[in-house]
Ligand binder design. Structure first.
Ligand code: FAD
Length: 528
């Protein structure tokens, strides 16, 4: 009875949005699915929204798959039909601009599960030092599973409640990227359901083109159902250090010096290098960093240069019981070469797992104040190192003023740690920076915190870069026309297009990225 109701609802929904629907094919599709297909309001509502809260795209149904085969059945049906059905994988829905949404089809809810069956649990291969994980697994759960074997992935994101498939579709970066490369540089093998509904294993040696295309591929070539991720022995503890600068060029010189040490032995470099800009100290601006504790010896406000910003270098060194004796000397040796404000050293020691999971604590704090589920007009940019000083002058000391409405991260990475064969695009220089403007819009009557104000400011920032000849590449990109996408990919576009034609020729997958329009003739209301 429930299945019949579900069928009737879904089919009538499809009739409303498509022309000439072949009902039979939908029936086959639905009857053949092992995972749970749902049209529950709560499922559909969740899949209609994302962390950005900027766009809404309501799917017709949501599939909770437990295997690659569940997904393949849906994709095959969509591929074979003429009805314009699209399929979008959704990890944890932490996109900003509707990238995991679709209005004409099914959202495959990769993270979490419903009902009795579950997707496969992480499988750790301790001797080989890798783990096989379901594409919807959250990184926090990957960490917990591998720690049982004293192992952990090498490259992270700052926040762990993101799915493996979601971050591998972008790059996955954090303070370890200078050393280990982004998360996409730390994957050995993938299982992927292509846009034709084939389930393919791919790696450096097998289906190589698909492997590289999918990594950083914005979900365009296939749905990742399994990833084999490289592991290392997990450190026990972390010494987490923050030091301040009022001089931007001293700050960036030190950051670049620290990432240049990537090839040194581990006792002669930090394991994590990030940084952020401090313009003011409110909770919303600083949610990533409750670290400057009340017992700080220095009041940060006394260090602010007039009309300027402060820059905080954030570094960390991992250690184990066996290296606990030498950690003080190693850190002291590295700090001695840096030019920060000498009275501004903030240090804390904590468990490795607590360090990696640090942003979740901030999330809980913001949630408790109603400041998490608000619109997030985030802007993430990769900036060539040669232009970062100009960016500082024009943006941090210019356009932004002294109100930021969220953390602003800034840290450099080594391009040689990124595989040029992946789909992701980065600036054409050996070192480039991530600048992440992670801002929240609040409806509190303050103009500078409104969504409209922040959106305008984002446009101003991009215009400034364009006019100043700063060749930025957007990370977690979002565009609305194919020409903009072609400009974004530059000389990678032809390849990207070729791969799309090979692996998702009908443009079924991840239409929420708005790169390609599905090619079904009966479609009239897909994003262009
Ligand atoms: P979703 O938003 O669900 O999906 C993103 C895209 O990937 C969609 O196009 C979707 O169709 C596709 N996709 C999802 N799953 C799969 C799959 N299995 N196979 C193929 N395609 C798939 N990023 C960083 O690199 N570093 C950070 O430190 C970082 N911190 C963040 C902190 C917060 C609080 C938030 C909200 C985001 C952060 N991000 C960071 C960005 C994040 O990596 C991306 O938004 C990522 O896409 C989110 O993963 P998700 O599982 O929520 O993906």
């Amino acid at each position: 009875m429930a299945t019949m109701l579900l069928l009737t609802f879904l089919i009538s929904s499809l009739i409303m949005v498509t022309v000439g629907l072949a009902i039979d094919s939908m029936e086959i599709l639905l009857l053949g699915i092992g995972g749970q297909l749902s049209v529950d309001t709560s499922d559909v509502e969740m899949a209609s929204l994302d962390f950005g809260l900027l766009t809404r795209g309501q799917p017709l149904a949501v599939l909770h798959p437990v295997s690659a085969q569940d997904i393949a059945r849906v994709v095959k049906e969509a591929y074979g039909s003429n009805q314009g059905m699209t399929v979008s994988a959704r990890g944890h829905g932490h996109s900003i601009n509707g990238q995991a949404q679709t209005t004409n089809g099914v959202v495959i809810q990769m993270s979490g599960w419903k009902g009795g069956n579950k997707p496969p649990r992480p499988r750790v291969w301790a001797e080989e030092r890798y783990v096989d994980v379901w594409g919807g697994e959250l990184w926090i759960d990957v960490l917990k599973s591998t720690l049982e074997y004293g192992l952990a992935p090498k490259s992270w994101t700052d926040y762990l409640y993101l799915s493996v498939g979601g971050t591998l579709s972008n790059a996955g970066i954090s303070g370890q990227a200078f050393n280990h490369g982004p998360q996409i540089s730390n994957v050995y093998e993938l299982d992927v359901v292509t846009g034709k509904g084939e389930v393919l294993t791919c790696s450096e040696d097998e289906n190589t083109e698909l492997f590289h295309a999918v990594l950083g591929g914005l979900g365009q070539f296939g749905i990742i159902t399994r990833a084999r991720i490289s592991l290392e022995p997990a450190p026990k503890m972390v010494r987490w250090i923050r030091v301040l600068y009022s001089n931007f060029s001293a700050f960036t010189s030190d950051q670049e010096h620290l990432i240049s040490l990537h090839a040194e032995p581990s006792n002669q470099k930090f394991d994590y290098v990030e940084g952020f800009v401090i313009v003011d100290e409110g909770l919303i601006n600083n949610w990533r960093s409750s670290f400057f504790s009340p017992q700080n010896p220095v009041k940060i406000s006394t260090l602010f240069p007039t009309g300027g910003a402060l820059y905080c270098l954030e570094i960390a060194k991992n250690y184990h019981e066996s290296t606990a004796q030498t950690i003080d000397q190693e850190v002291e040796f590295l700090l001695k070469k840096l030019n920060f404000i000498s009275t501004s050293v903030f240090t804390t020691d904590l468990l490795y797992v607590d360090f990696l999971d640090r942003v979740h604590k901030a999330e809980l704090k913001l949630r408790s104040k109603g400041l998490w589920e608000v619109p997030h007009p985030w802007l993430n940019l990769f900036i060539p190192s040669s232009k970062i000083a100009e960016f500082d002058k024009g943006i941090f000391k210019g356009i932004l003023g002294n109100k930021t409405s969220g953390p602003i991260l800034i840290y450099p990475m080594n391009k040689n740690k990124w595989d040029h064969r992946s789909s992701v695009v980065t600036p054409d220089e050996g070192v480039f920076y991530l600048v992440a403007l992670l801002r929240s819009a609040l409806d509190n009557g303050e103009e500078t915190q409104s969504l409209e104000y922040l959106n305008n400011q984002n446009r101003q920032i991009l215009r400034y870069c364009d006019e100043a000849g700063i060749k930025v590449k957007r990370y977690l990109p979002h565009y609305t026309t194919q020409q903009e996408w072609m400009d974004h990919f530059g000389n990678k576009w032809d390849r990207f297009y070729e791969m799309k034609m090979e692996f998702d020729p009908r443009h079924i997958l991840a239409s929420g990225q708005r790169i390609f329009t599905p090619t079904f003739p009966s479609l009239s209301n897909m994003p262009s």
